[in-house]
Design a binder for this molecule. Sequence first.
Ligand code: ADP
Length: 962
Amino acid sequence: MKRATSPASASPSRARAGDDSRASHDPSFYEAVLGSIGEAVYVRDLGRKLIYMNRAAERMTGWSIGDALARPCHAVFGDEGAQCNKACPVDRAIGLGESIEHREGSIIRIDGKSVVVRASISLFEEGGAVAGAVVVLKDMSELREQEKTNVKNLLVLERTQRELSEQVEEIKAARLEIARERTRLVDAIESISEGFVLFDADDRLALTNQRFLELYAPLAHLYAPGTPYKDIIRGLAESGLIGEARGRREEWIAERIARRKNPGAPIQRQIGADRWLLINERLTSDGGVVATYTDVTQTKRAEQALRKSEQRFRDFAEVGSDWFWETDAEHRFTYLSRHDDPVIDALNRSSIGNTRVDLCPPRDRDQETWRAHIADIEARRPFRNFEYSREASDGTTRFVRVSGKPLFTDDGSFVGYRGTATDITEQVAADQALNRLNEELEQRVEERTRALAQELDQRKRTERELSQKSALLEATFESISEGFALFDKDDRLVFCNAIYRRLAAQPARNFEPGVPFEDMVRAAFENGRFDYGEGDMEACVRARMAHHRDPHGNLELRTSTGEWILIVERKTADGGIALVQTDITDIKQAEEERRLAQARLIDAIECLPASFVLFDKDQRLVLANRLVKDFFPPVTDMLTPGVSFAALSRRIVESGWIVDAEGREEEYLRQYLERDRRAPVQFEARLADGRTLQFIEQNTSDGGMVGMRIDITERKSTENALVAAKESADVASRAKSDFLSRMSHELRTPLNAITLYTQMLIEDAEAIGAEQSASDLRKVDSSAHHLLKLIDEVLDISKIEAGTLGIDARELDLGELLAGCIDLVRPLAKNRGVTIENRTPESGEPRVWADETRLRQVILNVLSNAVKYNRDNGVVSLEAIAQMPDTVRVTVSDTGIGIPAEKRHEVFEPFARLGAECSRIEGTGVGLTISRDLIRLMGGEMGFESTLGEGSAFWIDIPRAT
Ligand code: ADP
């Protein structure tokens, strides 16, 4: 280790100051020296303070001298120790007091890069002690790099040598291999299926394999080893077996020879008529030519067939509307087959080089179909029937339908699409027309649907109304009193009402809608509902069904329980049948009763002791009983219903059967037939057989006529006898009346004298007080008056009987007359204490039409009877009331003894006194007889009512004055 011994050497400036020998050198000299050397130099003190650094150090560290000098040396040159946790070598050298030579290390530049350096550290002293160190750093980077390169080169050299020796070995082996290879090659050449020919660099035949000689069998002789190529070619040309040389031999030879140095693509050669070879020639590396011959006859044939087929397809394509197309990997059209349509063909021609998308009108590209198509071709998927439009040069739009499949090479790379296309412009136009038609159709369908819906609505409404109506109808039918059932055109039940169900008497299931009528008939028959008689059931069902299917007239059926059902069936408009069932049991019974009554009547008419005829309103005979034939033999043969009244009458009259018509038949007939028949007719006629008939004819309410002829022959003779008797009685009666009249007169005169003289004698006797005589005389007087009254009454009776009593009727005030009568009777009543009450209204009294004297006589008789036959202090009441229509009834009531029932019939008999004759009540018993006769003569009537012990009420009806 060396150490600087001069402290002055610690600093260049000090070294210069302390060393005169060097003092001749200006410090700037050292500065210049240090600054110009290539190694970096820096000086530091013990405190690591950087005292100096040169330019080279500046370059090495990247620090400028100015910046660096103020800093610790570690900050500028790095601290190797700090980096590797060891003490800094400079510190260590200082610590050891030894300089260090050529120590390898590294410093860190200001930019952080590391620089490999070899450091030489020299210590300097001041005052005998180490004061710092001078460090010289040599940049070792390049040197190190060079060393590395040298090592590498050495390694390469070694490897190259190794490889060379290996190659030498390989070459040796290769040569061996080549020799073996050649053998194998020759073997291989012999074994390959292709023909093989090798020419050497001098173009002489070197080698052929067996396959080649087979292929070139007719020309194999030309291929002797060593034969120059040109000779072989000529031989081939001249053989005439080479198709391509025919007719151009020299030309072909020249072509073949020219091709020798540049074989190019394989060629095909036709040998003979039907052999095709593919010849592939290649130059060999040694200037020879090798050629392989592949028999492509089959391929060629297939190719020819394919070509033909392709041509056929092209022809088909070109004559049809379709065309073929091909696109490349970028979807540009590379091929489009020809098309007959010049517009399409022009479009196709102009498409070459463009993609389908390029040709698409921009407006279409956003369509869904286009997006799908683009997605298909981008994914290289096959596509079918994609349709799009193209704008033709003539301005029309052409529609195309295309299908395509992607093409890939054997190694799977996509080379484009191939496909077909069809012009569907016409079809589209047709489709559009069809669409329009469809739309129209749809519209029409829609309209029709709407109309149908409306119709349906209407129908529903109608159905609803119908169902309401039918409900109403059903309700109506339910409420009618007849059985009703409706059957449809298939004769199945539609509806029936409750009454029908009751009358039909069937199991409930037979009233379900849809039940055939025949089932109901059969059920009714089977359950014995209807009395079909003795016949076979099926025959009865058939008969009923026959009537049902062809309804005519009404059907009356008798049930087994004796009811009668009337069935009326009618065809309905829709071919069904409406059936109405009515329970006519009552009617039937009434009819039966009527029939019986009629039979009774006819029996009665037959039993009549008179002939009986009935004519209808047209005067045609309806009925004649047996006696008609008896009475009128001339019309026996005519008595059938319908014969006219006139014809019968004429036959009877003209036959001379009516005696009264003899000799004047026509007149008689005319009078008889033409007389007014409104009033009943009654007359008598004598018959030619001597009988006398009474003819009685009367109109019936329906405009007809009944006639009866009664045999009155006997009665007539009796009548005649009676008339004779009456006439003689009348003579006797008149004689009696005359006698009575005379007698009365004769009796009355002396009786009047008696009463007159008796009255005078009574007065005389009273005057002298001869009471006994007076009393006796009064009795005489009374008897005489009684007798006079009796005579008057007998006279009245005889006058009445003789019909000679005159009635002088006139209008009378009845009230006045009644009041007068009451006044006359009042003294008699007073004697008995009887009260007389007149209840006749005073005003508006009824006026009557009567003989005043005779009416007074009647009223007085009845009024005096009421007093006479009353009890003491009884009551008599009198009342006059106007009666409808034209009478006035006077009623006289009493509270007397009454009249026993058994004697009532005697009340109006002459001289009947009903027991009063035994009493002290005076009377003659003829008063009431005369009274009734008088009232009747005045056109009135008289009667009475009586209760024994309670009283009687006598009434008199008098004609009312109008
Ligand atoms: P006479 O002169 O007897 O009254 P009439 O002819 O007047 O005769 O009556 C006949 C008879 O009828 C009477 O004798 C009397 O018996 C009976 N008679 C008449 N009027 C009444 C009467 N008001 N009450 C009861 N009996 C009567």
